[in-house]
Write a protein that binds this ligand. Structure first.
Ligand SMILES: N[C@@H](CCC(=O)N[C@@H](CS)C(=O)NCC(=O)O)C(=O)O
Length: 213
């Protein structure tokens, strides 16, 4: 069976976990911290970043976008990449935007409020939190809101764009970020929270975070 190396509360690991769940693909989870020197993990992820991945037939590699591109080629009833070329480009653009620009600010807040204090005995930097909450995150959410629809983000079906956005949504959910100023995105988040794959992901993350208390 395929192996995902990482921790469930990592935004990039959760993207890969949710992509497997939505596509109905099984995997084993190998709890692995970033920079772990475990030889099997490092063979899959030379930079020590999580997620690392090992396929059914033992081939190792890393990077969440690469892993999702790989599993898209496995048999599944659900395709995360749209068939239409323009929609495909839009879904990939949103994935890239989410993994970089949006992730930078949502993960920073999640780190300040949850991961730093719980895992690294760091104190929350309140000035940084204020900057993120009052300025940096709202600026990105304005863009997300402009792209949101009454359904999925691209082409009327779930795509990698929704999964990448969901990964950021978890960062915000864990810190109780108020989304009422972004009504379309807020409604998307509420719909997503009710889905089986998001519920399963939340449970995995809360288990991990509670164990760290
Ligand atoms: N582009 C990579 C980013 C992975 C990444 O940065 N993961 C973080 C944890 S959320 C990590 O392993 N950081 C450790 C490091 O950068 O050394 C992906 O999409 O998988």
């Amino acid at each position: 069976m395929a192996i995902i190396y990482g921790v469930p509360a990592s935004p990039f690991v959760r993207k890969v976990m949710m992509a497997h769940a939505v596509k109905g693909l099984d995997y084993e989870f190998e709890l692995t911290m970033p920079k772990s020197d475990d030889a099997e993990f490092r063979e899959a992820s030379p930079l020590g970043k999580i997620p690392g991945y090992r396929t059914d037939d033992g081939f190792g590699f890393s990077d969440s976008a690469v892993i999702v591109a790989y599993i898209e080629r496995l048999p599944s009833a659900v395709n995360l990449y749209p068939a239409d070329n323009n929609q495909m480009a839009k879904a990939l653009w949103l994935e890239r935007y989410c993994d970089t620009q949006l992730m930078e600010v949502t993960a920073a807040l999640y780190f300040q409020k949850i991961i730093g204090p719980k895992f690294f005995q760091m104190e929350t930097d309140q000035e940084r939190v204020t900057e993120l909450v009052s300025k940096l995150i709202p600026a990105e959410l304005d863009y997300v809101e402009s792209q949101a629809t009454d359904g999925w983000f691209v082409g009327g079906q779930i795509t990698i764009a929704d999964i990448a956005i969901a990964s950021n949504m978890f960062n915000l959910m864990h810190v109780d970020f108020d989304l009422t100023n972004w009504p379309k995105f807020n409604a998307f988040v509420e719909r997503l929270r009710a889905s089986d794959f998001a519920k399963a992901q939340l449970e995995a993350e809360l288990n991990m975070l509670n164990q760290a208390l």
